[in-house]
Design a protein around this ligand. Sequence first.
Ligand SMILES: NC(=O)c1ccc[n+]([C@@H]2O[C@H](COP(=O)([O-])OP(=O)(O)OC[C@H]3O[C@@H](n4cnc5c(N)ncnc54)[C@H](O)[C@@H]3O)[C@@H](O)[C@H]2O)c1
Length: 256
Amino acid sequence: MFDLRGKVALVTGAGSGIGAAIARAFATQGATVYIGDRDAAAARTVVEEIRATGGVAVVCTLDVANADSCRAAADAIFATHPQGLDVLVNNAGIGHVGTILQTEEADMDRLYAVNVKGVFFLSKIFLPKMMERRSGSIINLASIGGIVGVKDRLAYCTTKFAVVGITKTMALDHAESQVRINCICPGRVETPFVQARIKEYPDPAKAYKEMSATQALGRMGSPEEIAAAAVYLASDESAFVTGSALIIDGGLSAGK
Ligand SMILES: NC(=O)c1ccc[n+]([C@@H]2O[C@H](COP(=O)([O-])OP(=O)(O)OC[C@H]3O[C@@H](n4cnc5c(N)ncnc54)[C@H](O)[C@@H]3O)[C@@H](O)[C@H]2O)c1
């Protein structure tokens, strides 16, 4: 089960955190994985780690917020794999803390460019070949902040609700061609993204405890726990799953 041998995948934001864990898990299951990140050094490190364990990985430097950069990265992938990708994971994302009164237009634009347009650009590029082959899985990293509101995360939640929207709409639009589009909605996962947020609080240790406690299970998730879901959604075992927003949040959104 969950055999990804013979599949070609691009994971964006794979130089760190959840994306790196997804890339490692895909490689372990036998996929050829393109490590997409705007941080070339971080991408190289993940590629070297994967190769050291016998996996197949390739650096793919790109800025998902820039259409030309996405096109150039895709052209390089198509040159080696003219059939295109089997799996696209739109994972690259950035955060912002603040209410609407603490959010500037520039913050909204920055988050929209990476979190939403990044999904838009790459899906638009890789979808047509998937449709031709009547096969393919697109996995978007939304957030629990795309399912319920999160205090002080105005810009972030706005973009993550949009990611759930693009996922469900694309799933309907392209179901006929058998391409599956799903998203994963994690609660708090301990990654550099969350560690950076915690450092912004006046008392980081207290903030860590409080953030852990918001999950019913009383802890944050690990990147590997999210990667396991991505492996499922990439694999043929999830052939009947499309348009889903898979919540993995330790019970955060289950209720009070
Ligand atoms: N960590 C969490 O608690 C959590 C919870 C819910 C959802 N998410 C989502 O999961 C995804 C990954 O989060 P993470 O915690 O692993 O983040 P992270 O900050 O650890 O890693 C993000 C990676 O994306 C890359 N990146 C950022 N902007 C980019 C761009 N424009 N082009 C290419 N690469 C870019 C960064 O260089 C970095 O390597 C994000 O979409 C995030 O919103 C995270």
